[in-house]
Design a protein around this ligand. Structure first.
Ligand code: SF4
Length: 352
């Protein structure tokens, strides 16, 4: 276990950093310089922040820190997908994934340690829920991944996309996730375009509306995964609380509030969600809605389920293609290191 953290500067708002530097007897503009060192230069060593007074840096070095996470493991898959296991100050572990493509550098961000939602196809669910990540712990994931990209590809390289599809249900850590999205987007933060920042939810209906009011500029994805209540309740226990009808009413209200196009994520599981009947039901759900569908063939990790074969997927896509909405099939990324959707779960347990 690493030591209990001092004040985690990465997780403070601009106003809080300003209050801090003023309390150290410094002019307010030093706050902007400090944040620029942390976010712009990805610097975590106070001694290297050369344009700031020595006395201020010495004061910061006592009881303050830029980072609280420790890298326990970093694995690179054959396709370049990279997964980090982080240890928190209180001895827990969670994961973050970088998904590089020709023109994108996407980070798959965790919002919680473990997850309470219990989706039966998901390895994270087997951990149970441990706790929410703090704002600083969420931002530090992007800090690490940004630093890795720059060191590997050069100073101009940067994150282009962020998706909250790592561990946890982001809308159950709503305020920290909203603040993190704002800093992901801010030019003083990570500079990722608003429409390249997506939060993915299992379908906590009241929270979807709260999110629509709190953060209407970012994209929302709903993990649908079942085309009727019987199948969806079996895969996602949240459906017993907020069934498909309630979820769709909520989705329509979200679209009305935000004007955003919604994404439905849909996992293809052989014999369960990939049948022609399921395709027709899904087509009915998506028709005449401002939405698109991402199809995700199941990744390995659950011995009781398997992905459909190519022929089944092709027939499923053929039926959906008759609809008035966009359909994309997502390629699994990093399956050999268990970095793909539904595969994140740390084997490492809290240190006693
Ligand atoms: S799929 Fe998402 S919401 Fe469901 S258990 Fe896994 S992490 Fe939680």
């Amino acid at each position: 276990m690493i030591e209990s953290p001092s004040v985690h500067l990465l997780g403070l708002s601009a106003q809080e950093v300003e209050t801090l530097v003023v309390s150290l007897g410094q002019p307010a503009f030093r706050a902007k310089q400090l944040r620029n060192w942390m976010f712009g230069n990805l610097e975590d060593d106070f001694a290297k922040m050369t344009n700031m007074p020595k006395a201020m840096l010495e004061s910061l070095a006592i009881g303050h820190t830029c980072r609280v996470l420790k890298v326990k493991a970093c694995q690179v898959a054959q396709d370049g997908t990279t997964k980090w296991v982080f240890e928190t100050h209180d001895g827990h572990f969670f994961e973050t994934v970088l998904i590089p493509t020709d023109d994108r550098r996407s980070i798959c961000v965790s919002s919680q340690i473990g997850c309470a939602m219990g989706c039966t196809f998901c390895r994270t669910a087997t951990m149970g829920f441990i706790r929410n990540l703090t704002l600083g712990e969420i931002l530090e994931q992007a800090w690490y991944v940004s630093k890795y990209i720059k060191e590997k590809e050069g100073p101009e390289a940067r994150l282009s996309n962020a998706i909250f599809m790592g561990m946890g249900e982001p809308l159950l850590n709503l305020e920290n996730v909203a603040l993190a999205c704002e800093i992901f987007n801010s030019q003083e933060g990570f500079g990722i375009a608003k429409d390249k920042i997506t939060v993915s939810t299992s379908g906590v209906a009241p929270k979807i509306l709260e999110w629509g009011h709190r953060a209407p500029d970012f994209k929302l994805a709903i993990s649908l995964n079942g085309s009727n209540d019987t199948v969806r309740s079996e895969l996602m226990p949240i459906n017993r609380r907020y069934n498909i009808e309630t979820l769709l009413e909520t989705a329509d209200e979200y679209i009305r509030i935000t004007g955003q196009k919604l994404t439905f994520e849909y996992i293809l599981i052989k014999g369960k969600t990939s049948t022609p009947q399921a395709a027709r039901e899904l087509k009915r759900i998506a028709s005449h809605r401002h939405c698109k569908i991402n199809l995700i063939p199941l990744n390995r990790g659950n011995p009781d389920m398997e992905a459909p074969d190519d022929g089944e997927i092709a027939e499923f896509e053929r039926i959906l293609a008759q609809g008035d909405f966009q359909v994309l099939r997502r390629r699994p990324r990093g399956p050999d290191i268990y970095a793909a959707c539904g595969q994140l779960a740390t084997e490492q347990k809290k240190v006693a």
